[in-house]
Write a protein that binds this ligand. Structure first.
Ligand SMILES: NC(=O)c1ccc[n+]([C@@H]2O[C@H](COP(=O)([O-])OP(=O)(O)OC[C@H]3O[C@@H](n4cnc5c(N)ncnc54)[C@H](O)[C@@H]3O)[C@@H](O)[C@H]2O)c1
Length: 274
């Protein structure tokens, strides 16, 4: 991306900087709670969205809905992000279809963490599965698709760690509920955080920016008690909604953030401010 060399703001179309017109954006975990709002938001800003998710989530179906809504070519692709072969096939398909990749958003996650397992009882299988999908999946998409971006000389990658790679879970949040955040989730997300900073430095000179978005407490029919507990600990006193996370993605994918890399944009209602 070439940057306008000027100090005269009259020469700049600031609104245009946020546009994603004709940009090709791959979103993993695209059919999930946050992923689907990312897809619709990117589509509204003009992108060709590549909807990537496991077969069970029917990514082709969601891509077809987006095509119909936005009258623009979208692509659905079923994959397991922890499989090198699958991620290679995704990259090949996107390059064959569009010839270019502008954005990669890693919004996948392994669900097993929702069944809270106390630290003393985490077994190897559970640990490996969470780390394999969350962290290795992010490594593979960054390596395979990010390397392609580095060859192109441009691209924006957004990875998703967690508030719990920034601070520890407040155990009082879960009091009186069946919920909890297990250690393997935090650990896998901490790895994503470190990997993203590493890549921001590694690919800076190649024109590939690598940033993070940290959502927090995205409402998903939570238990009443959890919602009450959450409000007590949150400066904004409520859970968030999936559409509230998408603005950060538009900013980080677009030219509006052309001088931002290695950052973690926290969309967490001030959770970590006190
Ligand atoms: N929801 C929150 O409150 C919250 C808070 C902090 C961080 N996050 C992070 O934000 C991201 C999105 O969260 P969400 O709430 O939308 O999660 P979600 O569980 O609703 O969606 C995750 C998606 O990932 C897909 N997925 C699972 N395994 C996969 C695999 N092997 N290959 C490809 N896709 C796979 C699932 O099918 C699903 O569509 C995740 O990385 C999550 O850890 C969420």
């Amino acid at each position: 991306m070439s940057v306008t060399r000027t100090t005269n703001p009259f020469e700049i179309d600031f609104r245009k900087k946020f546009e994603l017109t004709d940009k090709v954006v791959i979103i993993t975990g695209a059919c999930g709670l946050v992923g689907r709002s990312f897809c619709e938001a990117a589509a509204q800003y003009g992108a060709h969205v590549v909807v990537a998710d496991i077969a069970l989530a029917e990514p082709e179906k969601f891509a077809a809905t987006l095509t119909e809504r936005h009258h623009r070519k979208m692509l659905g692709f079923a994959l397991d992000v922890s499989s090198r072969k699958d991620v290679e096939q995704l990259k090949n398909k996107v390059v064959e279809t569009f010839g270019v990749v502008h954005g990669l958003v890693n919004a996948h996650q392994n669900k097993t963490h929702l069944k809270f397992v106390p630290f003393e009882k985490i077994d190897d299988e559970n640990w490996d599965k969470v780390v394999e999908i969350n962290l290795k999946g992010t490594f593979l998409t960054c390596q395979i698709i990010g390397s392609f971006m580095a060859e192109q000389g441009f691209g924006s990658i957004i990875n998703i760690p967690s508030t719990y790679s920034v601070v520890a879970p407040n155990q009082n949040l879960y009091k009186g509920t069946s919920l909890g955040c297990p250690a393997e989730y935090s650990a896998s997300k901490g790895g994503i955080d470190a990997l993203s900073r590493y890549l921001a430095s590694y690919w800076g000179a190649k024109g590939v920016r690598v940033n993070m978005i940290t959502p927090h407490g995205v409402w998903n029919n939570h238990e009443d008690q959890f919602e009450k507990n959450f409000a007590n600990f949150s400066p904004l006193q409520r859970l968030s909604y999936n559409h509230e996370v998408a603005g950060a993605m538009i900013y980080l994918l677009s030219d509006a953030s052309s001088y931002v890399t290695g950052d973690n944009l926290k969309v967490e209602g001030g959770w970590t401010v006190w």
